[in-house]
Design a protein around this ligand. Structure first.
Ligand code: FAD
Length: 319
């Protein structure tokens, strides 16, 4: 069975959930091989983590030489591994960094690239993806017809599957060109800890819009009861109620959680572009004619400030 390369998404060695989702997808295609690019001192723990989710092999690339450079060296690492392993596919998290690595890799390998995959299935020998395109306005089925399929997969496209793989560690020393080292990071802004899951990775997102009137207490209460991330419409962001990092939509973040709860959000096309691939959509809006109700699985006509506390209390009761 052919290897499937999975680029490990991690923060300082701590493996992030999208990696486990990619390993679950890799198992459908072939033998998952994780590619860890990071400090040698973090590699053992990371290798152990990915082994627990089915990695048969773990390529470890010590990043001492390439740390501090932008994405170009990582694309070269994957190119050289692909030339060595001839994988059936290369799976990369569809983060901003991941998509740039994927694009560069696609040129280097002269292979087809699919970004923003929300599902990946195997039909005989063919890998068929469901892809979110035009800022989430449409979903299409797509497959790669040239070279090694490179697929950038969005968070929540698959459920992580625990189950140990062989986890054989192989050190890999790439040759990084000078051209790949022409842009260097001079300062990095640490992520702000909110205590809630990251918006694009969360399994549940509870969002608020102009209908909150600027009071997100009810929205945040439900989010915390559900262990969800908090999102916002552009109207809420433009009003200064939440920072832009919370914005869902065409000019914000594109999310694809298991559950999206839209509260006091009318459902403008630009907002839909950021959330319509969510698996289940619920809306609370006091206007029964609000366009958001056209795409929901469940809708509640009512005032969010009274509906949400009642739902939150019910969730807490069932815990
Ligand atoms: P509104 O459209 O004003 O809707 C508020 C809703 O709240 C109404 O349906 C109302 O019935 C309901 N409501 C009021 N009070 C309550 C209550 N107490 N309880 C329950 N319901 C209540 N928008 C985005 O969200 N994300 C984007 O990324 C984005 N990008 C854009 C890019 C461009 C180029 C443009 C032109 C627009 C963009 N927009 C974006 C803006 C978008 O067109 C809408 O203006 C915006 O989404 C509206 O936000 P809203 O639904 O919160 O507000």
């Amino acid at each position: 069975m052919s290897e499937v390369l999975v680029l490990v998404d991690h923060v300082d060695g701590a493996v992030r959930k999208p990696t486990y989702e990619l390993l679950a997808i890799a198992k459908r295609i072939g033998e998952p091989s994780a590619v860890f690019i990071g400090g040698a001192d973090k590699a053992d723990a990371a290798a152990e983590a990915v082994k627990g989710y089915g990695a048969e092999k773990v390529y470890v690339v010590d990043d001492a030489e390439i740390k501090g450079y932008l994405v170009a060296p990582k694309a070269e690492v994957l190119q050289q591994l692909a030339e060595k392993a001839s994988p059936a596919a290369i799976l990369i998290p569809a983060s901003a960094e991941g998509k740039e690595i994927a694009a560069r890799l696609s040129i280097k390998l002269s292979s087809g690239l699919i970004t923003d995959a929300v599902d990946v299935q195997v039909d005989g020998d063919t890998i068929v993806t469901t892809q979110s395109v035009f800022a989430g306005s449409y979903t299409v089925e797509a497959k790669v017809t040239k070279g090694t399929p490179i697929i950038a997969v969005k968070p929540n496209a698959a459920a992580p599957e625990e189950g140990a793989g062989a986890g054989a560690v192989e050190q890999f020393a790439p040759t990084i060109s000078d051209a790949a080292k022409t842009a260097q990071i001079v300062a990095a802004q640490p992520r702000q800890a909110t205590g809630r899951p990251e918006l694009t990775e969360a399994a549940i997102v509870v969002s608020g819009g102009r209908g909150t009137g600027g009071d997100f207490t009810a929205v945040e209460g439900l989010a915390d009861a559900l262990g969800a991330a908090v999102g916002a419409s552009r109207a809420a962001v433009d009003s200064g109620w939440k920072p832009h990092t919370f914005q869902v939509g065409q000019t914000g973040k594109v999310v694809s959680p298991q559950l999206y709860v839209a509260n006091g959000i009318s459902g403008a096309i630009q907002h839909r572009a950021g959330m319509q691939t969510s698996k289940t959509i619920v809306a609370v809006n006091k206007d029964e004619e609000a366009p958001i109700f056209e795409l929901v699985d469940f809708g509640v006509v009512g005032d969010l400030h009274s509906v949400l506390p009642a739902v939150t209390a019910e969730v807490e009761k069932r815990k």
